[in-house]
Every structure is written in structure tokens, then in C-alpha cells.
Design a protein around this ligand. Structure first.
Ligand SMILES: C[S@@+](CC[C@H](N)C(=O)[O-])C[C@H]1O[C@@H](n2cnc3c(N)ncnc32)[C@H](O)[C@@H]1O
Length: 244
């Protein structure tokens, strides 16, 4: 399988100076801890989101975000969920919009400063935050596990490791970006990349969990929404088989 590092022309470089910063972080990412990489990503606002107390919000008003919030809200009600785990919760600006009273929520983040900030600002009896590297540590308990725009930043082996740990959840809901097939017809399936600020999207690739090396047999597409005609955000409900 080709490595993303071997591809010369990633399809997105929003500004040259931003792209140089991204390349710097990406070039030594494989030998750095995830906590250090993503701390730097936030410090430099690499994802260029709307800053909220120093931590960028990703497309908070975009249609796909609003649809995601509605989707999760309805799912929680329909299944009468009482306990959620949100892996790679970011600044909690999205998840806090679908929380209902009486639901226990655990947000997991690898960036220590972000976790400190979230604890001070939002922790209460029902809402807590843990600082963990989900590729290395055991995951907290819950009924539903949400992983939104996180796996796409990991290598295929790291994704497999996280998915194996997610067998313990009753429901696993995963959201990631796929380059729009109209604009990028020669999509590479499950390109292996090194973990870091870039995603497969930047290399004309995307995650297809039903295809090798993941081969998840039970996947339901819950939602897909176009974003700026370049990318589709897809949300899946999946069941991880025992033999993964
Ligand atoms: C693109 S952001 C998505 C944030 C949030 N889920 C959202 O949709 O707004 C990816 C998040 O995953 C976190 N992250 C990256 N690697 C992680 C890891 N190994 N363990 C836990 N969190 C991680 C990053 O710090 C970042 O906040």
C-alpha cells in the first residue's frame, strides 16, 4: 500500500504559509507523541477554525454540523441512551448541542491544555473529560461511542487498534470526510498515512470501513452531506466483529 508521504501533490493547500506549517508538523509527526502534535495544531490554528478561547471550532455553522447535531440528538432519544463517550471531542462546541439532561457524557482528548480548559468550563456531575491517547490507552465505558473527524487523522493500523477497542460499545458512530467524487473521481481507498494534522482527504483518499484492511461487515450509512462542493461528510453506525 502506498504511503501518503510518497505523494507529491496533496490536493489542498489553503495558504502557502499555512501549508508550510502543516508540512513541518507532518514531516516529523510519525516520531512525535499525538499529544504534542495536536497541541501544536491547536496553538497554530492549523485547521483555521473559529477560535474559541484559543481552541478552534471546526465549521460550527456548516450544514453538515447542524445535521450531525440533529442526527445524534434523535439517535439518543430513539435509543434512550444514558451514557456517551466522545473520542477526540475537540472543544466540545458541537457535542454540547446534542446533550440532553440525564445523559452522562465523557469527552476524550489527547491535548492536555484543552482538557484542562474543558474541565474548568463545562465539567459537572454529568459531563466529564479525560485526557487520553485513544490509540494507546483503554477507553472509558459508555453505551454509545462517537468518533467525529478523528480516525481520518490516523494510520490504518492505529484505526484498527481503536476500532478493536470499540467492540465494548453498544453503538459506534463514526464521521469522516470523503473527497467529492464529482471533483475527485480517482479516489484512493484507505490510503495508509502517518498520523498528524492532515487527513486522507488531502491525498485524494478516504476511509471505506467495509474495505480492506478494515473489512467491517455491518455498517449503516446514517447521513451524508456535501460541504463546499469538495467534500462529503459521512456518518456511519457500525458493529465491530469479534474477529477484527
Ligand atoms: C478534527 S478534530 C475533531 C474534533 C471534534 N470531534 C469535532 O468534530 O469538532 C480531531 C480531534 O481529535 C483529537 N485527537 C487526535 N488524536 C487523538 C488521540 N490519539 N486521542 C484522543 N484525541 C485525539 C485532536 O486533538 C482533535 O481535537
Amino acid at each position: 500500500m502506498r504511503k501518503a508521504d510518497q505523494i507529491d501533490n496533496p490536493i489542498v493547500a489553503e495558504t502557502i504559509s499555512q501549508w508550510r506549517e502543516v508540512q513541518k508538523i507532518t514531516s516529523n509527526a510519525p516520531i512525535r507523541k499525538m499529544a504534542d502534535i495536536f497541541t501544536e495544531v491547536y496553538e497554530k490554528n492549523i485547521w483555521r477554525g473559529k477560535q474559541e478561547d484559543g481552541y478552534a471550532v471546526l465549521n460550527p455553522e456548516a450544514e453538515y454540523t447542524l445535521e450531525y447535531i440533529e442526527l445524534i440528538k434523535n439517535f439518543l432519544k430513539e435509543k434512550n441512551i444514558k451514557q456517551i463517550v466522545d473520542l477526540g471531542c475537540g472543544n466540545f462546541s458541537i457535542s454540547r448541542q446534542f446533550l440532553l439532561p440525564q445523559i452522562r457524557y465523557t469527552g476524550v482528548e489527547v491535548v492536555p491544555g484543552l482538557v484542562d480548559y474543558l474541565r474548568v468550563k463545562y465539567s459537572n456531575e454529568e459531563i466529564r473529560f479525560e485526557c487520553l491517547d485513544i490509540t494507546e490507552n483503554e477507553l472509558p465505558d459508555g453505551e454509545v461511542c462517537l468518533i467525529k473527524e478523528v480516525l481520518q487523522h490516523f494510520s490504518n493500523d492505529e484505526i484498527l487498534g481503536v476500532l478493536r477497542k470499540c467492540k465494548k460499545y453498544r453503538y459506534l458512530i463514526v464521521t469522516d470526510a470523503v473527497p467529492h467524487p464529482k471533483k475527485f473521481p480517482d479516489l484512493i481507498i484507505n490510503l495508509d498515512i502517518s498520523h498528524g494534522p492532515l487527513t486522507r482527504y488531502h491525498f485524494n483518499s478516504a476511509l471505506f470501513f467495509d474495505k480492506p484492511p478494515f473489512n467491517i461487515p455491518k455498517i449503516e450509512l446514517l447521513a451524508e452531506t456535501d460541504f463546499i462542493e469538495e467534500v462529503i461528510f459521512k456518518t456511519y453506525l457500525m458493529t465491530i466483529p469479534e474477529n477484527l
